[in-house]
Ligand binder design. Structure first.
Ligand code: ADP
Ligand code: MG
Length: 750
């Protein structure tokens, strides 16, 4: 059996850890050079060798060619990050190389193969960046159990060593380019729960470096008269040494600066800690503001925070500790090595059971239909939880708290940093909005129970596009994480206007999944992913009211009336009146409409072929007489209905009116079923001595079978007309709204 490891795949440094059975806690696995962390730098040499780690970092700093660093910042982008020796690499490829190196080093050092790994990512990573991390791990030949958030991992490591029920730990992660803050609570039953997470992805160590440059350039200009605005080379030279000046100030009160200036020569000066801190006060305050907004969001204050945990290389700046102490009253914990805590936590997580999905209900996306109409989607469960049994047993430890048994009893619940929404049309049909389906800070894995949308499209297509957004801003200000095309949508009377239920979910890796169902169906509609179009600008513009004018798909209807002897007198008169009334309902139909009529008794006869001329259609209906095709019930109309409708476009509807039994019911039912299979929606209306079961057999669905009183015929036909988009519904255009792509009509959105 091999080992399970946790991997911190960092922007600047990476680290690998595993559980140590003897020590009872996670330990760092050094690389073959004995280093506990490995620089995340790669060098491609002329002779096609790949160097990873310190040697590559040194080459990079010496300005050698073929080096790649900080590629983590470009994860998720399909762009080529760099190319060497004619080969092109994306950030994902480079991460795969780094991970493979880490894997091989670990296997050399431990003499064991890696069975499973947990890899960490920043909490703010979007779907694409997580997906890219997952892909990179696969390319590296790693079997990934889970991707977890870096602050979460740091908190896990801390929790394993300092378990205190109900303790609330604020994880303050200031890295090279990003800031993340997460509040984690230790709950009953060894449960660690991330309560909320937020951050600023444009704030990190590099901003402090930039301020160092600013200070030094100010001194240069003051003392030499050379301004970096006039001489950009000065800015370049100073920037190169800014980080090392900053690091000096971590251990000393002054840093000496020596730079070789173009057109000047060597220049030296000093930067004091005071100067540095004064000039970066606004930056550190930005982190404080985010911490406080997080606390406010949870309705708590600094007093409710038990500990502050520092993570990330930039928390080594002395300013961080003094500042946090001042605003919070807590001395942040510094005993945890910020470079190692994340990998150590990941090494714990790799042994823990995976959590189950929770379900949230988004009332605001619901159109008010009964929510119990929805049966929960079945999810492919993340792999079994049988791994829960600790892999390491602790010999002779009874009642003694150790990191290991704490660690392996822990159970962590994480939250998503980003809300997830859909591009929808607002209720007024005037603009595109981002309709949130899963709000931020939900515990993962999570799925939304139901979000109803009216499906609206031109031409009554069978497909609809979903744009999945992360974030809560307007569509174009959000990350558009994917375009999904739902297909297999049908148009039928039971579901008019067509409603599609969308279910979003975040899995345990913080990755996004989309499912869709129509109406009350319990079947998932097929979904395929397509590239997001380069030009999404229309979603930032007001919707042209013309585009939202009602349209409807083409509609073809055939009515068949029983003209056998039993219909003579009032029944046939009432039936023909009801049929004419039905035709009247389609005068304002916004799409193409054609109606035809059949008389049926001993034989079936097409009295009116499909026509868009509705008054002509009515005249033909009025010409129907009892007995015109015989007085018996020897035939059925379904072959004629089939021949009239099967090759028509759009919705196809057959309405069959009968007052009694037919002689050859089996043949009628078989022919009706063939119509159903050809997409013809059949409604059977019966009155008098009609057989309810027979009506159900010929109809497309039970609700389409109607047994009514003769006096209700007009009303029944009217009801069908309404349901298929005629009558007052035609004026509302409920069967569709024309937009050049299918969009979603949001409910309750202002
Ligand atoms: P990331 O997670 O983005 O890779 P790290 O957590 O590795 O970032 O932190 C990198 C940042 O930490 C860099 O901006 C670096 O300058 C800063 N840093 C590292 N060591 C020190 C130090 N001794 N003093 C101040 N900043 C430091
Ligand atoms: Mg980091």
């Amino acid at each position: 059996m091999g080992i399970k490891v946790g991997i911190d795949l960092g922007t600047t440094f990476s680290a690998v850890a595993m559980m140590d059975e003897k020590k009872g806690q996670p330990v760092i696995i050094p690389n073959t050079l004995g280093e506990r962390i490995t620089p995340s730098v790669i060098q491609f040499t002329e002779d096609d060798e790949i160097i990873v780690g310190t040697e590559a970092k040194e080459a990079f700093e010496a300005g050698e060619s073929g080096c790649a660093s900080v590629f983590k910042r470009s994860m998720g982008s399909q762009d080529i990050y760099c190319s060497f020796n004619g080969k092109r690499y994306t950030a994902e490829d480079l991460s795969a190389i780094l991970l493979r190196y880490l894997k091989e080093e670990t296997e050399k050092v431990t003499h064991q193969a890696i069975d499973e790994a947990v890899v960490t990512v920043p909490a703010y990573f979007y779907h694409k960046e997580r997906q890219a991390t997952m892909n990179a791990a696969k390319k590296a030949g790693l079997n990934i159990r889970q991707i977890i958030n870096e602050p979460t991992a740091a908190a896990m490591n801390y929790g394993a060593n300092h378990w205190r029920e109900n303790a609330r730990v604020l994880v303050y992660d200031l890295g090279g380019g990003t800031f993340d803050v997460t509040l984690v609570q230790m709950k009953k039953g060894n449960q660690m729960e991330s309560l909320q997470t937020t951050g600023d992805h444009t704030l990190g160590g590099k901003d402090w470096d930039a301020r160092i440059s600013m200070i030094v350039e100010g001194k240069i200009e003051e003392e030499t008269g050379l301004s970096s605005t006039d001489y950009p080379e000065i800015h370049q030279v100073v920037t190169q040494s800014a980080e090392s000046i900053k690091k000096q100030l971590t251990t000393r009160n002054t840093a000496s600066v020596k730079v070789n200036l173009p057109n000047y020569g060597w220049y030296s000066t000093v930067v004091s800690l005071d100067e540095f801190e004064q000039n970066t006060n606004d930056l550190i305050e930005r982190t404080g503001t985010l911490c406080e907004s997080l606390l406010r969001g949870l309705n708590i204050t600094w007093r409710d925070v038990t500990d502050i945990l520092l993570v990330g290389g930039s928390t080594r700046m002395r300013q961080v500790t003094t500042y946090l102490k001042r605003i919070s009253g807590h001395a942040p914990l510094s005993q945890v090595n910020p470079d190692e805590a994340v990998a150590l936590g990941a090494a714990i997580q790799v042994h823990l059971p995976l959590p189950e999905y929770s379900v949230i209900t988004m009332a605001s996306a619901n159109d008010g239909k009964p929510s119990n109409a929805f049966s929960p989607f079945k999810f492919k469960k993340a792999t079994a939880t049988s791994q829960a049994t600790p892999v390491y047993s602790l010999p002779g430890v009874v009642g003694k708290e150790t990191a290991l048994n704490n660690a392996l009893c822990m159970n962590h619940v994480d939250v998503v940093a980003h809300a997830m929404g859909i591009i929808a049309v607002n209720a007024e049909g005037t603009r595109y909005i981002n309709k949130t389906i899963i709000p931020a800070n939900q515990k993962i894995p999570v799925k939304c129970a139901e979000a109803f949308y009216y499906y609206t499209s031109a031409r009554g297509d069978n497909e609809v596009e979903i744009y999945v957004l992360q974030g809560t801003k307007t569509p174009l200000e959000c990350q558009i994480i994917g375009k999904y095309v739902v297909s297999g949508i049908t148009h039928n009377r039971e579901d008019n206007p067509t409603t599609i239920k969308i279910q979003y979910s975040y899995d345990i890796n913080g990755m996004v999944h989309v499912q869709a169902r129509q109406g009350n169906s319990t079947l998932d509609l097929p979904i395929r992913e397509e590239p997001v179009p380069a030009d999404m600008s229309k979603y930032g513009q007001p919707i042209n009211p013309e585009d939202m004018k009602p349209v409807a798909e083409p509609l073809s209807v055939v009515m068949a009336v029983d003209v056998s002897g039993s219909m003579s007198g009032d029944p046939i008169k009432d039936a023909l009146d009801a049929m004419c009334h039905f035709v009247d309902n389609f005068e304002d139909y916004p799409g193409d409409i054609q109606i035809g009529a059949i008389a049926v008794s001993d034989t079936s006869k097409i009295v009116q072929s499909l026509t868009g001329n509705l008054s002509k259609c009515k005249s033909s209906i009025k010409s129907i007489t009892c007995g015109m095709t015989g007085y018996g019930n020897g035939d059925h109309p379904f072959n004629d209905i089939k021949s009239m409708l099967s090759s028509e476009k759009g919705r196809k509807i057959g309405i069959v009116l009968a007052d009694g039994m037919w002689s050859y019911q089996d043949q009628a039912v078989a022919a009706a079923h063939l119509c159903h299979r050809l997409g013809i929606d059949i409604t059977g209306i019966g009155f008098g001595s009609a057989d309810q079961n027979f009506l159900k057999d010929i109809s497309s669905g039970d609700v389409q079978a109607m047994l009514v009183d003769q006096s209700e015929l007009t009303q029944s036909f009217g009801k069908i007309a309404q349901e298929i988009g005629g009558g007052s519904n035609a004026k509302k255009g409920r069967t569709g709204r024309q937009t050049s792509v299918a969009t979603w009509l949001a409910i309750n959105e202002g």
